[in-house]
Write a protein that binds this ligand. Structure first.
Ligand code: ZN
Length: 243
């Protein structure tokens, strides 16, 4: 018998920006439910803690195990070196400096142009691999206010990429208008408990690279902005389930 997910599947091929974190893992599940063929792309750019990246291969294998259909649709994984980012910027994500708010209202974890560069490089790879849909976990609702995560930025970038490459890419951002609690709920809807458990235990969010203790929301220091957002979202998600 065909499952609904088989009937609604699009013949389009997609490329998911996959860092190995909660958001991009949810985006990957979203894409695997929709597209006939899905490839993944990660970037190494001198992150202070490359732990997120190191978890990607095991995470991909575990994603395959959740649903046979996902396994058959999941294609090649790409890992590209964008070390040039740490050469041209000086932020708390790539240097050993404390995380704090800057005078311009942006946290110093903001890497100027990072998401623009990620999408541009993704489009270049997608062009070669003949992948039409680019999927990213950018989110305007519940994030640190990074201007390159905003919907208008992504829409303008789609136009720029399509003009500059004479292509018809579509940038999809399934998390754009949902908060962290809703991101957990989306994961559960896509892959059930198996997926939320996988995300809880095997994705990494903490800015400090802390993986000592498993909290109910996953591993992390519990104090950095990324951990706080993840923990708050998980608590809200659990509350909504029990309501
Ligand atoms: Zn943390």
């Amino acid at each position: 018998m065909m499952k609904p997910s088989d009937i609604n599947i699009s013949a389009e091929h997609a490329l998911v920006l996959f860092s190995g974190g909660q958001d991009s893992t949810t985006c990957l599940a979203w894409a695997l439910e929709r597209y006939a063929h899905v490839e993944t792309l990660g970037f190494s750019y001198g992150q202070r803690h490359a732990i997120e990246l190191s978890m990607r291969p095991a995470l991909l294998e575990k994603m395959r195990a959740i649903q046979p259909a996902w396994s058959s649709r999941l294609g090649e994984d790409h890992l590209l070196d964008l070390g040039l980012i740490s050469q041209i910027s000086n932020t708390a994500l790539t240097s050993e400096i404390a995380i704090e708010m800057q005078a311009n209202g942006l946290p110093n974890t903001f890497v100027p142009g990072r998401n623009l560069m990620f999408m541009m490089v993704a489009a270049t790879l997608a062009y070669r691999r003949n992948l039409k849909v680019l999927v990213g976990g950018m989110c305007e609702t519940d994030f640190s206010g990074y201007p390159d995560c905003r919907d208008d930025t992504m829409k303008a970038l789609q136009v720029a990429l399509n003009l500059g490459m004479a292509s018809q890419f579509r940038l999809e951002t399934p998390l754009m208008w949902i908060n962290k609690a809703q991101t957990w709920a989306l994961a559960e809807q896509l892959g059930g408990k198996a997926l939320t458990e996988l995300i809880r235990e095997h994705t990494h969010t903490c800015y400090l690279g802390e993986r000592g203790q498993l909290h109910d929301w996953g591993y992390g220091c519990g104090a950095c902005p990324a951990c706080q957002l993840r923990a708050q979202g998980f608590a809200q998600f659990r509350e909504s389930q029990n309501a």
